[in-house]
Design a protein around this ligand. Structure first.
Ligand SMILES: Cc1ncc(COP(=O)(O)O)c(C=O)c1O
Length: 406
């Protein structure tokens, strides 16, 4: 297999349509674009197989159910789950983490501890804060070093015998730093605690192996991995999922309902009340197959080389501060920076004026911004279709910002 970002880019209609100027799309950590093959899979489903799942016996209902369950199997394969039953479809990472907070969290008791890291997106922070308020649970925080890495030397202090869960990101959406999961798992297991990983940024860059990671829960979103909005996944170990109470009540998640009482379906259905995101699951399957069709080894070489160019140029610029690790190792292609006093929204707008789409603000990671003593930063995040033209245009844009703010 060879890897050519430009030929991949040609598979994405967004780069050909609707634009008054070329698009240099570097906001992939927020949402990636969708290739034609994913759009086609969704259109094909909506055109020829649309129906509700699991309930009807007519052929469309059966086709929809088959499509939906095939998507579950594809996800299970992509993340190394031992069974598709371990794959719960949610509306996204946020929904998946709230599911854990409201089910696993339901079983925690006053005085139990949950550890989160300062690198978390709000979606892996606020649900634990809310749970702490509801149940008298104590939140502990694992700090982050200046270079964006978790300060693992503090693990012994924050993970005590009362710890029930460590909730951590697999990769920071701000710094791109990849977490040393084994250290977290070791610390958690030493006190009998579980580990939840937020994989929202990790899974778009290739398959993961939840078994090898040794974690208990893994959450991610489709829209960051070339799939539609409105679908996400919670993976949990089957034996653990079976011990959890339902999350939301409704159709599809019960075994029986009568005046005497209710019995619940086993996982994953127990956690999928109501009509699930069927077309979105079809799109997620197509997106995973699209990622799997790419030579990811070569893709990583390209993304490292793009990042190396960008980081080297940035490091040489006075007044530009990179928020995150030095170098490209153990890091995904996400580069955040501040530029003197320029507000990240102004930086983003100036970049947009030459067609560069980046994100400016706190990136739903205010505790991390506080740790860096900044209000926000500008983030360029790369997908599989980005190439040197994106890096070069971004650097030109940064020159333009400098010109305006000098
Ligand atoms: C690391 C991380 N976790 C969670 C989320 C939330 O994802 P969603 O909005 O799809 O639920 C994001 C989104 O930016 C993210 O980057």
């Amino acid at each position: 297999m060879t890897f050519d970002p430009l030929s991949l880019r040609n598979q994405f209609p967004i780069f050909r349509t609707n634009l008054d100027k070329p698009l240099f799309y570097l906001d992939n950590a927020a949402s990636t674009q969708m290739p034609q093959t994913v759009i086609d899979a969704v259109t094909e489903y909506e055109t020829h197989s649309r129906a509700n799942v699991s309930r009807g016996v007519h052929r469309l209902a059966e086709a929809a159910t088959e499509n939906f369950e095939a998507a579950r199997q594809t996800v299970a394969r992509y993340i190394g789950a031992t069974s598709p039953k371990e794959v719960i479809f949610t509306s996204g990472t946020t929904d998946a983490i709230n599911l854990v907070a409201q089910t696993f969290g339901e079983q925690l008791e006053k005085g139990d501890e949950v550890v989160v890291t300062l690198a978390e997106h709000h979606s892996n922070w606020v649900p634990w804060y809310m749970l702490a308020k509801q149940k008298g649970i104590i939140l502990k925080f694992l700090p982050v070093e200046d270079n964006g890495r978790l300060d693992l030397s503090k693990l012994d202090q924050v993970v005590t015998s009362k710890c029930r869960l460590i909730a951590a990101t697999h990769c920071s959406n701000v710094t791109g730093a990849i977490t040393d999961v084994s250290a977290l798992v070791k610390a958690a297991k030493s006190v009998g605690a579980k580990v939840l990983l937020d994989g929202a940024q990790m899974v778009p860059h290739g398959p993961v192996d939840v078994g090898a990671l040794g974690v208990d829960f893994y959450a991610f979103s489709g829209h960051k991995m070339y799939a539609p909005n409105g679908i996400g996944v919670l993976w949990g170990q089957q034996s653990l999922l079976e011990t959890l109470p339902p999350y939301r009540g409704g159709g599809g998640m019960i075994r029986s309902v009568s005046l005497e009482g209710i019995t619940y379906a086993p996982p994953p259905e127990r956690f999928e009340a109501g009509t699930p995101p069927i077309a979105q699951a079809v799109g997620l399957k197509a997106a995973i197959e699209w990622i799997e069709s790419i030579d990811l080894h070569e893709a990583t070489k390209v993304s490292h080389s793009l990042m190396e160019t960008l980081l080297t140029e940035m490091e040489a610029q006075k007044g530009l501060r990179i928020i995150g690790p030095v170098g490209v190792n153990d890091r995904l292609p996400v580069v955040s920076f501040t530029l003197r006093d320029a507000h990240p929204h102004d930086v983003s707008q100036i970049l947009d004026s030459i067609g560069v789409a980046v994100r400016g603000g706190h990136h739903c990671a205010q505790p991390l911004m506080e740790a860096y003593e900044i209000d926000g930063c500008t983030r360029a995040s790369f997908g599989l279709y980005n190439d040197y033209s994106d890096v070069q245009t971004l650097l030109n844009g940064i020159d333009k910002v400098r010109g305006i703010f000098s």
